[in-house]
Design a binder for this molecule. Structure first.
Ligand SMILES: C[S@@+](CC[C@H](N)C(=O)[O-])C[C@H]1O[C@@H](n2cnc3c(N)ncnc32)[C@H](O)[C@@H]1O
Length: 291
């Protein structure tokens, strides 16, 4: 970033000319300065964040600007431009949902069901973090991802295009190519699942800086999940699986929705990550009995 330039009026031989004069460089912020500023702004992990800001800033001027944005409340991931997820560095653009560590449990459960070469669909992909983690873990998977938000689709393409994945833009299944129908081995979906009335109670960073459509799941938080489950059997291959994240409180309702929509459901829980995942399996195609 260029140094700030101040203009001064210089008078020479009766003429005046505008000449730029450079400000003296500001003293560079030291890491202890940054820690103190972050702490004063209420950042709990001030030391870690200071280290990450120092590592991310190309110049001292950039560093000062980044510290200002962070102490002004912008989530760290938007300030530095990435989030750590399943050991990967995932690009995060402003306004796109920041991948949460809790969702690593969904990745873990999907990995347990995946075979090399499988077809994977990440619906409501956001940055594409879940798909990127699966591609990194399982050889040769064919990844498709989709999201309704323009910003998310652009960000997911940045994270996934070089992995050979296809990223589509649309409401749930609407933008998917027809050949995917009945061909998906594992579908992962971290849909918005916060009940509308609870969105106002989310931490400030989510409430203010993340898109409402990434968070708000309707009255009981399960509106998008219901629409997703209603068509899942059409997109899944026989014996294919749909995995979604919910809260523990929503789990039994989600199980009932999956059963109603022809999926065989079960609940997986990680106390360590405080994460709940509902797995729904499309029954295998009926075998033809020899007559
Ligand atoms: C909770 S975020 C999850 C993002 C990402 N999967 C992750 O775990 O980091 C939910 C995402 O769903 C997307 N979304 C919301 N409604 C959608 C819909 N009807 N169709 C497709 N995507 C939708 C939002 O744009 C947002 O990116």
């Amino acid at each position: 970033m260029p140094e700030p330039v101040r203009y001064c009026r210089r008078v020479r031989d009766g003429e005046s000319t505008e000449q730029p004069r450079r400000s003296p460089p500001l003293p560079a912020l030291t890491e202890p300065d940054i820690v103190a500023r972050l702490r004063a702004a209420g950042c709990v992990f001030a030391e870690d964040e200071a280290r990450m800001l120092v590592a991310a800033a190309p110049t001292p001027a950039d560093l000062a600007a980044m510290v200002e944005r962070r102490t002004g409340g912008l989530p760290l991931e938007y300030v530095i431009g990435w989030a750590e997820f399943c050991g990967l560095r995932v690009a995060v653009d402003e306004g796109v949902f920041v991948p949460r560590h809790r969702t690593e449990f969904l990745v873990d459960r999907a990995m347990a069901l995946l075979r090399p070469g499988a077809v994977v669909l990440d619906v409501c992909c956001g940055t594409g973090a879940i798909g990127a983690a699966l591609v990194a873990a399982i050889p040769r998977i064919q990844l498709h991802a989709t999201d309704i938000s323009d910003a998310a689709v652009l960000c997911a393409r940045r994270n996934l295009a070089h992995l050979g994945a296809r990223v589509y833009h649309g409401d749930l299944y609407t933008a998917l190519p027809a050949p995917l129908c009945g061909a998906v081995d594992v579908m992962v979906a971290n849909v918005p699942y916060v009940p509308s009335a609870d969105v106002e109670m989310l931490p400030r960073e989510a409430r203010i800086y993340e898109a409402r459509e990434a968070l708000d799941g309707g009255t009981d938080g399960l509106d998008v999940l219901r629409r997703l489950a209603a068509e899942a059997v059409v997109w899944l291959a026989p014996s294919g699986h749909l995995l979604v994240e919910t809260t523990e409180r929503q789990a039994q309702t989600a199980v009932a929705i999956f059963s109603h929509d022809g999926l065989i459901p079960h609940v997986e829980r990680s106390d360590e990550l405080e994460a709940t995942v509902i797995v729904g399996t499309r029954p295998a195609a009926p075998t033809r009995s020899a007559v």
